[in-house]
Design a protein around this ligand. Structure first.
Ligand SMILES: [Zn+2]
Length: 164
């Protein structure tokens, strides 16, 4: 499969898997963020979803997906891979994407409060670093925004129902 074909056929599919992971996270009371790493043939080699409430401050979806991809590829260099994630990565995850040599980043919603792949800064395309990613932001953005809004709306409602 060439790269162009990959883009049209497998990108939405990969992002759908990331969304399913984000929905899993929401069911466990985690902010709904899901991520997958896809190899150059379009196969998903890593999956992750937000798990910070389990007590891990580093429990971001992207880090789980990167770690699983490295294990499955058998190399810390994730050359030729694409990360699809439902929310713009933070500075920590952007740094991990650079360190893992991920080739391309596709994310859904922008995160104006913490995103470091275009919003607050752009760590994944800093010319001073020895690796840069291709970036496509805003892919299936509306779906991610709705998922996040629904999560926070339900969270507020639950908190209001708690006895004083
Ligand atoms: Zn992060």
């Amino acid at each position: 499969m060439d790269q162009a074909q990959w883009q049209s056929e497998a990108l939405a599919e990969a992002m759908n898997v990331a969304f399913a992971l984000a929905e899993d996270a929401a069911r466990d009371g985690e902010i709904p963020v899901g991520a997958v790493v896809v190899d150059r043939n379009g196969a998903i080699v890593g999956r992750g979803r937000n798990a910070r409430e389990s007590g891990d401050p580093l429990g971001h979806a992207e880090l789980f997906a990167i770690r699983e991809a490295a294990r499955s590829i058998g190399d810390w260099r994730l050359e030729g891979t694409t990360m699809c994630v439902t929310l713009e990565p933070c500075a920590m995850c952007a740094g991990a994407l650079v360190n893992a040599r991920v080739a391309r980043l596709v994310f859904a919603a922008y995160d104006p409060k913490a995103g470091f792949c275009g919003s607050l800064g752009n760590l994944v395309q800093d010319a001073r670093l020895n690796h840069r990613l291709m970036v496509e932001g805003g892919f299936m953005e509306e779906r991610s925004r709705q998922l996040l809004q629904q999560f926070f709306r339900e969270l507020r409602q639950r908190n209001q129902k708690l006895p004083a």
